[in-house]
Structure formats: structure tokens, C-alpha cells
Ligand binder design. Structure first.
Ligand code: E4P
Length: 214
């Protein structure tokens, strides 16, 4: 399973990339607004660390979305154009497929949307599980259903489990065979820790110190 980081903060990308576990980045307009930095510059810097950086179009009409897709994809070969799941978005996916522009469809909340995006040529789809959980539904159930459907056909579209909120989301996604999880920095930093690892290391170091003193 590939791991992406969901952020618009370049330092966070650099840190997780230095662990040797990072395969890509997803950004969205809210994350970019939160950091307050230049969008193009941010995306281009991130492209130096990973082979896949999602940059989301902000237009809502096909003609404008097309222009943004052309522009973003010209910035760097690692850019993936992120397109919202709308009818105009489907047209944009189809356009990008013809132009060989890599795409990620965002704001997927149903299996029907997932199928349509895949058929329109999305290279990636991003079902948002945390937001479904927040709305009182079971986000992981959507991943289960999508992966069931994917196992029946030969869609090339990879499934990015998005809107993840805690480490268990990543374990459950991996068990269901999702291709990718995109994870916020705060969740990423929880992965390496386990109380028994910390206690075990403390013991090893203390025992070693005692031997040196003897
Ligand atoms: C994914 O591409 C999105 O940027 C992201 O996962 C949204 O997560 P949120 O629901 O925590 O905002």
C-alpha cells in the first residue's frame, strides 16, 4: 500500500519523506489557504520530494477547469490534477485522459461516484471516509464496497482513502486492499510509536549503561 501525506506544508512533506515511507502528497484549497503560501511554489517544491502531488482545480465550469488542468500539469511532471466529483469534473477527467494528464477525483462519497470517475478516466479516486464517519455513516464500509467492485473489473484507477483521522483507518484500508491512504501529518507521527517499543528501548539502554559502569 502506498502512503501519501495530506498537507500543504512543505516541511511536513520533507520530514515524512526523510523516513523513506512517502509515495505522494494530496493538497486541497482549504489546506493551501491554511498555510497561506504561494500555491504553485508549494506544489513545485513538493514535487522535488515525491512522484505524485495532487493540485486541486478551483474552477467549477468545464472550460475553466480544463485551463487549470493544462496549467497545473505544465508546472511539473509529478503534478496530478485534482478534480471534484461533479458532471463538469467528469468532463474534465475525460479531457485530461485524452491529453495524458494524470488526475485524482476528489469528494467521492458513494460507489456510483467512484464508478463514474473511473470510467471517465480518473487515475485516482479519493473517497472521504472521515467526513462520512462525521456524518454518522460508516466511511470504511464505502472502501469495502469500492474494493469489492474493483475486484470484479479491471479498472486501472487507484483508490486513495482520504479524510483519514486515526491510525486504525490506515490498517483497515490496508486490510481491504485499498491502493493508497492519504494521511494528515499528525496521524503519520503516531505510526512509529508503541508503548512496548518505548519501554523495551529504555530497558535495553539502561542495561547497556549498567554494563558500561560495571
Ligand atoms: C484528500 O485528498 C483531502 O485533501 C482530505 O483527505 C480531506 O480530509 P478532511 O476531511 O480531513 O478535510
Amino acid at each position: 500500500m502506498k502512503l501519501f501525506i495530506d498537507t500543504a506544508n512543505v516541511d511536513q512533506v520533507a520530514e515524512i519523506a526523510s523516513w523513506g515511507v512517502l509515495d505522494g502528497v494530496t493538497t486541497n484549497p482549504s489546506l493551501v489557504a491554511k498555510e497561506g503560501n504561494d500555491f504553485k511554489e508549494t506544489v513545485m517544491k513538493m514535487c522535488e520530494y515525491v512522484p505524485c502531488v495532487s493540485a486541486q482545480v478551483t474552477a467549477t465550469e468545464f472550460e475553466e477547469m480544463k485551463k487549470q488542468a493544462d496549467e497545473y500539469s505544465s508546472w511539473h511532471e509529478h503534478v496530478t490534477v485534482k478534480v471534484p466529483m461533479t458532471i463538469e469534473g467528469l468532463k474534465t477527467l475525460n479531457y485530461c485522459r485524452e491529453k495524458n494528464i494524470t488526475t485524482n477525483t476528489t469528494l467521492i462519497f458513494s460507489v456510483n461516484q467512484a464508478i463514474l470517475a473511473a470510467k471517465a478516466g480518473a487515475n485516482y479516486i479519493s473517497p472521504f471516509i472521515g467526513r462520512l464517519d462525521d456524518a454518522g455513516q460508516d466511511g470504511m464500509e464505502l472502501i469495502k464496497e469500492i474494493m469489492e467492485v474493483w475486484s470484479n473489473y479491471d479498472f486501472d484507477t487507484e483508490v486513495i482513502v482520504a479524510s483519514t483521522r486515526h491510525p486504525r483507518h490506515i490498517v483497515e484500508s490496508a486490510k481491504k486492499g485499498a491502493h493508497i491512504c492519504t494521511v494528515p501529518y499528525g496521524v503519520f507521527t503516531k505510526f512509529p510509536s508503541h508503548t512496548l517499543t518505548t519501554m523495551g528501548l529504555d530497558r535495553f539502554l539502561k542495561d547497556w549503561e549498567n554494563v558500561q559502569k560495571a
